[in-house]
Design a protein around this ligand. Structure first.
Ligand code: GLA
Length: 870
């Protein structure tokens, strides 16, 4: 406070005290008023709510002098039930005192209750008072209190005649401090980005409520089902966000709001922590939000801590429990191996609970996906509608529940509570996985572009770098290779233009050579027959040829037919007394066991330390079906799922940090680990083992709602036996790679591949770093179309993928600079097809976006890639 303001407060206070002394003489009986006393009636009463009329300073509600049971008062506030007032004391008040009762203007009728609350704690209650009662006199201690709430209820019998007086009401302040200030009647605060906002309101009961996203209603009447992070067992009967058993066996939790702290992490980023405590237990919860302003993106997670006499059992701890309006459409993506993301389902949420979940333990997805879209107030399109994308950053079992109680939808997402009871020791903090929410008021296209920008900055490794063109040997050789066969692939790889060679599965195992998927996993020593001098000479040969060299590994797995399993049969995840259930002939190593953590870390280090290895594909080809650990105690078996994923992240983080220049691809029986929990340690993920370009067109479209295409590995293979030009065009709209035996390609296909690689190198800065515009949805059209625009809008590239025969219809790019001129060039045109009619011509961005471009493809399985250059 500056000097002049404090001077004027002092003057005002002396005036208050003079008037008070006069008042004492004329009316007798008022509480003594000193220089630091502030009349409540001197505050801004416009902020006080009333059930009828407007709050009056020094008058009763209808304008006459204040009078309770025959006694007149010069000072005070006349209000009407139900009424609320909040005052900011800044922690500088000493006490509050008043005489309260029903004003005589109500003719001895009415009934009310006066309640005084300090920082959420009830300090005084009058009990229900009626019209004929004399005023009740009270004084409460306000030491350290920041927010004073004054409430008048209707006494539970309706509010007619409830003329309520806070007579002689005054606050005693400490010497020389700032004056108290009236606040909005409820504490309301929000998490805000440029266009998105989530608002919270503190209730009379000290709990925190959320105003539904997409709802128009500010300050609605609060109900328990609007609680911000609802807890099981103490009044909340819907799907809770938090459920725990306290050390004494109590299965209920009650969270009261403590306060909120905000930290600016950068000009664009703010961290908000909302703190809660349970009044009956030493248990604290913080719900945390990191708001990325320009991207309209919020990361949310929850931290739980306690100091009870023993461990607390966490049974359910959602990362988010966002409350939405009704009329919500959910789009989720069901799939299976080789059909990941292929079946988007859009459905209106109706009363009841819709659950998307997985119980796979070591991966999040295969069937359901932890990334989804919620369209608010009706369906959205690419360019219209209010829409949220949600994505849980967790590579283990997850649950997203959309609980519609007819008044609104609560979107809960977090670790799957299924079989996952977790013991939290005193003074340890449990941090939930992060939920990512992205919002747009302008449809799905804008939403994804914002999501992609965040992903490049924070969600993946090296999001601002372009990628090399990769050649993988898997489809070419499978398990059948040796040094010479692989080394023989390098020259053609170089010749065609690829830049990185990835050696896949099959290079290790001696007692049980990895010559098929039945043996060898876990024995990470190069196979002596195939690679007599190890990996180093092969990597060196690749580098000599001008290629980078990458390697496949699956460090979490073991075949029963392996030396590792023979030595450590207890290292695997399995249930005792059950027959071992294999998937792809393999088992998962128990990463909760420190010896396994050491073994896997040593394995990774040894592999990635081989000179000239600069890329690795980290695979994980099965999920958990018999979740048992011989390391964890019998009463801690349910902690396996969570501890596994935490240990996995520790391993991934160490790998990314120790090998900062080694590029990493995430793969899990296809797209099983397509999630932001793991992706932050990787440059890309493998979207699916299905590389048929006819499937990849819709699949890549769906993944692109959440992930930038540069994070999706797109490889050309013979899957589906599609025309090479079509396969190359589809793959090069993602992170381009090939999985072909180049020696077996026809001359024409080889030329098509070489042309695609040349073209990709020209445009990879646009497809990797630019903005994506989805133009024509392949799920609904006979072709799919999209375009990328460079960050400075100087260049763009348009992709058209014809899935069925059709007419030659113009494709209209978006996101161009309307005033700029762009030159049209078809890249790597398909053999035997007429050139574009507009080839080499120049148009303004406005013309191109309005009139479009006629592509060269019209027949099924034709594609066209068009550069719009300077
Ligand atoms: C998984 C991957 C394939 C390949 C094999 C190797 O199936 O998805 O790309 O790496 O493993 O065994």
């Amino acid at each position: 406070m500056n000097f002049l303001i404090s001077l004027s407060i002092m003057r005002k206070r002396s005036f208050v005290s003079m008037v008070a002394i006069l008042g004492a003489v004329v009316f007798g009986l008022p509480t003594a008023i000193f220089a630091d006393t502030v009349w409540l009636s001197s505050l801004d009463l416009k902020l006080m709510t009333t059930g009828w009329g407007e709050a009056q300073a020094d008058r009763e509600i209808s304008g006459s002098p204040l009078q309770i049971n025959g006694t007149k008062f010069a000072h005070g506030i006349g209000t009407h039930a139900a009424s609320r007032m909040r005052v900011d004391l800044g922690g500088n008040a000493k006490s509050f005192h008043a005489r309260v009762g029903l004003d005589d203007s109500a003719h001895a009728k009415g009934s009310v209750e006066f309640i005084v609350i300090g920082d959420g704690k009830t300090l005084w209650k009058s009990g229900v008072m009626t019209g004929s009662q004399p005023a009740k006199n009270f004084s409460v201690d306000l030491s350290g209190v920041h927010a004073l709430s004054l409430i008048v209820t209707d006494g539970d019998d309706g509010s007619s005649d409830d003329h309520a007086d806070w007579a002689d009401a005054a606050i005693e302040m400490k010497d020389g401090v700032s004056a108290p200030v009236a606040l909005t009647p409820y504490e309301i605060f929000g998490i805000k980005t440029k266009g998105f906002q989530v608002n919270f309101q503190v209730g009379d009961d000290g709990r925190l409520y959320q105003l539904p996203v997409g709802g128009r209603d500010l300050n609605p009447k609060l109900r328990r089902d609007d609680e911000m992070y609802p807890q099981a067992g103490d009044g909340y009967v819907w799907e809770p966000a938090l459920e725990m058993i306290h050390a004494d066996g109590n299965t209920s939790t009650a969270l009261l709001y403590d306060g909120v702290t905000r930290t600016n992490e950068s000009a664009d980023r703010e961290l908000t922590r909302i703190r809660f405590h349970d009044p009956a237990y030493p248990c604290e919860v913080s719900v945390c939000f990191r708001a990325h302003r320009d991207e309209d993106l919020i990361e949310q997670w929850v931290e739980i801590r306690h100091q009870e006499s023993g461990a607390v059992m966490l049974k359910r701890m959602a990362s988010t429990s966002l409350l939405l309006t009704t009329n919500v459409y959910l789009t989720h993506f069901f799939g299976d191996w080789a059909s990941e993301m292929l079946s988007p389902i859009t459905e209106q949420l109706l009363p009841g609970t819709k659950v998307l979940d997985s119980k796979l333990g070591v991966r999040a997805t295969q069937f359901s996906n932890p990334s989804f879209l919620l369209s608010l107030n009706g369906k959205s399109t690419e360019t219209n509608g209010e829409v949220l994308a949600g994505s849980l950053a967790w590579s283990g079992s997850f649950q997203c529940a959309f609980d519609d109680n007819g008044r609104g939808v609560r979107a809960l997402c977090g670790i799957n509570p299924f079989d996952s009871d977790y013991r939290l020791k005193p003074r340890e903090t449990f941090t939930t996985p992060t939920m990512i929410w992205v919002w747009s008021g302008h449809g799905l296209g804008d939403l994804s572009r914002k999501f992609h920008r965040w992903a490049r900055d924070f969600g993946m490794r090296d999001g601002h770098k372009t990628r090399t063109v990769l050649l993988n040997n898997w489809e070419a050789t499978g398990f059948d290779f040796d040094f010479n066969r692989i080394a023989g692939l390098f020259a053609p790889a170089k010749e065609i233009g690829t830049e990185l060679f990835l050696l896949d599965d099959g290079w290790f195992g001696n007692k049980y050579p990895r010559v098929n998927d039945h043996a060898g996993l876990g024995d990470w020593q190069p196979n002596k027959k195939r690679l007599p001098d190890g990996l180093a000479p092969l990597a060196a040969a690749a580098v000599k040829e001008g290629l980078q060299f990458g390697i496949w590994m699956e460090p979490e797995m073991v075949n029963p037919k392996s030396e590792l399993f023979e030595k450590h049969p207890d290292w695997v995840i399995r249930q005792p007394k059950r027959e071992l259930e294999l998937q792809r002939n393999q088992l998962v190593l128990d990463l909760t066991r420190p010896a396994v953590q050491d073994f896997e870390w040593k394995t990774i280090q040894e592999i990635l330390s081989v000179p000239n290895i600069s890329y690795a594909k980290w695979d994980c080809n099965r999920y958990l079906t018999q979740p048992g650990s011989s390391y964890l105690a019998p009463d801690r078996q349910s902690e396996l799922w969570i501890d596994y994923t935490h240990a996995l992240y520790a391993l991934m983080e160490k790998t990314a940090k120790t090998f900062p220049n080694t590029e990493l691809m995430l793969c899990s029986g296809g797209g099983g680990r397509a999630d932001y929990g793991a992706l932050k340690y990787f440059q890309e993920f493998w979207p699916s083992d299905n590389t048929d370009p006819v499937s990849r067109v819709p699949m890549q479209w769906d993944y692109s709602y959440f992930f930038p295409p540069t994070a999706l590995a797109g490889h050309v293979t013979h899957w589906g036996n599609r025309p090479m030009h079509f396969a190359c065009s589809v793959a090069m709209s993602a992170r381009f790679g090939m999985d072909l035996d180049l020696n077996k390609l026809s001359a024409e296909d080889k030329a098509v591949c070489a042309g695609a690689i040349r073209a990709y190198k020209e445009i990879r800065d646009i497809t990797s770093l630019g903005d994506l515009y989805r133009l024509e949805d392949p799920h609904q059209n006979i072709r799919g179309a999209l375009n990328f625009v460079s960050p400075d809008q100087s260049r763009a590239v348009v992709f058209v993928f014809q899935l069925q025969d059709g007419q030659n219809v113009a494709v209209r790019p978006q996101g161009l600079d309307p005033a700029k001129r762009y030159k049209i060039t078809e890249l790597n045109p398909a053999p035997h097809r007429a050139a574009l009619g507009t080839e080499g011509k120049t148009f303004t961005g406005e013309e191109l976006m309005r009139d479009g471009i006629l592509p060269s493809c019209t027949k099924s399985l034709e594609a066209c890639v068009i550069e719009l250059g300077s």
